[in-house]
Design a protein around this ligand. Sequence first.
Ligand SMILES: Nc1ncnc2c1ncn2[C@@H]1O[C@H](COP(=O)(O)OP(=O)(O)OP(=O)(O)O)[C@@H](O)[C@H]1O
Length: 263
Amino acid sequence: MTAVSSATSDRAVALQLEGVQLQLGTSSMHFDLSRPTGSVTAIMGPSGSGKSTLLNLIAGFLTADAGRILIEGIDVGHLPPARRGLSMVFQDNNLFAHLDIATNIGLGLDPHLKLTADQKKTIEAALERVGLQGFGRRLPGTLSGGERQRAALARAFARRQPLLLLDEPFDGLGPGLAADMIALMLEIRRDVGATVLMVTHDPDEAKMAAGHVLFLSKGRIIAEGAIDGFFERRDVPELARYLGTDSSPATAAQKRPPTSPLP
Ligand SMILES: Nc1ncnc2c1ncn2[C@@H]1O[C@H](COP(=O)(O)OP(=O)(O)OP(=O)(O)O)[C@@H](O)[C@H]1O
């Protein structure tokens, strides 16, 4: 693994994982990382390498067998997800289907929905921010996939938590809409001063959104560094294999076209 970026040393640390371990069935995970406040980090790696597990450990949906997770210097290991100072946006299942959009966002502000006038204004402002003004009374099922993801981002925006965890949030939206959503996410991050971790399989999406990459393989971060030049690295065989830039004889043979043309 390469050294943690120099930015870590001169900015406050927003997130730190120290010797975090988890055994899930036959998969063993072990994570150490440190990310500075305000950074946007892409989490990448092959299917099953532990990307969602890493986010779920940070969020508190999974409990580590060992190690410490610190958010803004506070050990959150014993805190439930709602008290860790973060918002998480998943690829789907972000919204309660039986509750309208405004209520879904309101739940992020107060689980008992005893909303103050200010909180109601915050909901309206968040909807407007993502271009969904007037959508508050609609049920999630009546929105398109992209609109639902915007509503999920609106909820994250309204909550103004210091840490934003995104698990393939723009998957399946198409490149144009994904780019719009990334721009929106970056605006929200700037306004809130949040630190972002984003799982993505798409190097272009990572380049648009992030300044730093963590590359996982088999439950470990095996490479990390600044996004500039990261995908051109040739010193990490797993990364080259993942990107399809591996020129080893075995991979090259797999890539070679069939000798006889298909009919
Ligand atoms: N509850 C569980 N019980 C047993 N094994 C699990 C459980 N949850 C996840 N795993 C295993 O842990 C490994 C990591 O899973 P994870 O979902 O974190 O991978 P991922 O990198 O996010 O993959 P993908 O890109 O396919 O979403 C996988 O091998 C998965 O099968």
